[in-house]
Design a protein around this ligand. Structure first.
Ligand SMILES: C[S@@+](CC[C@H](N)C(=O)[O-])C[C@H]1O[C@@H](n2cnc3c(N)ncnc32)[C@H](O)[C@@H]1O
Length: 283
């Protein structure tokens, strides 16, 4: 296995925190990351890595599979992408690795079977919500606090819009916390790995876009009751007749606050709202 410090030295770079560059240098952490996928028997025949850096994780991902398995890595930094092309020339020539130089929010993504990535934290939310609708198992590194919000249950202070929208697509589990010292340079805060296993939600929504916008709207007023939340946030949710929704909804639900509403309760309310009110664009 390639030594992470050796890779950084060969690349001749220093991670630039302003460009979300924190390279993993702890071998034990690097070795463990792929096991979070194998534990759930994920299909690892085409792994996607967002933000390859100097390739320490890329190397582990290549070692997971056999000759026919593939890895695609996306890296925005031109110097790092060029280094990956050079360092992994043999694997690229053998058709086992593809390096895409570009922004993970913009480039076309391959038809991957799973992803393991130490995400650039500045765009981790946008990247995650680009990957989640693909319905593939994901093992992703986040800032600890962000990870806790993703996996939070109703009734906790971490539970919010991020929890509902993440869990709409997948079962989310915080599988390990990673100390700052595992990275070079160390980030400002501790990190955590979240495993996302895709599944259909245990509720149905006809209009997914409206459902997610409605949840976002109600959490902007998390201290208010759902009754007031529906009325005050119609400009965000796009509901054209919020009063009609309040009229039609159950009193028990109207008295709740967003932080106590389970995803299925939001879904039922969104469904009812769309049935009794026209829905415009919202924000
Ligand atoms: C946290 S580092 C991880 C590097 C490496 N995978 C590791 O674990 O050591 C994130 C990497 O993502 C790259 N990056 C930052 N923004 C990006 C973007 N929008 N698209 C693709 N890569 C990006 C950075 O240059 C950096 O190499």
């Amino acid at each position: 296995m390639r030594d992470p410090d050796g890779l950084i030295a060969r690349a001749g770079v220093r991670g630039d925190p302003d460009r979300d560059q924190h390279f993993l240098v702890d071998d034990r952490v690097l070795d463990r990351l792929p096991t979070h996928l194998t534990e759930i028997d994920a299909d690892t025949s085409h792994l996607l890595e967002i933000g390859g850096g100097t390739g320490a994780l890329t190397d582990r991902l290549l070692a997971m599979g056999d000759e026919d398995d593939e890895v695609t890595v996306v890296e925005r930094d031109r110097t790092l992408a060029a280094f990956l092309q050079e360092e992994f020339r043999e694997e690229i020539d053998a058709g086992r690795l593809t390096v895409i130089e570009g922004d993970a929010l913009e480039v076309d993504l391959p038809d991957f079977t799973a992803s393991v990535s130490n995400l650039p934290y500045g765009v981790s939310s946008e990247i995650t919500f680009r990957l989640l609708p693909e319905k593939r198992p994901l093992v992703l590194m986040f800032q600890q606090e962000f990870a806790e919000r993703m996996v939070a249950e109703p009734g906790t202070s971490e539970y919010g819009r991020l929890s509902v929208s993440t869990q709409h697509y997948a079962d989310a589990e915080l599988v390990e916390s990673i100390p700052k010292e595992a990275f070079s340079p160390p980030p400002a805060v501790q990190s955590a790995v979240v495993r996302l296993e895709p599944r259909d939600p245990d509720y149905e929504v006809d209009d997914e876009e409206f459902f997610l916008r409605f949840v976002k709207a109600l959490f902007t007023q998390r201290r208010k009751t759902i009754r007031n939340g529906i009325r005050n946030t119609a400009h965000i949710s796009g509901l054209e007749e919020p009063d009609a929704v309040v009229e039609a909804a159950d009193e028990a639900v109207l008295q709740k606050r967003a932080g106590a509403m389970a995803p299925a309760e939001f879904a039922a309310l969104a469904q009812l709202a769309a049935d009794v009110s026209a829905v415009g664009e919202g924000q």
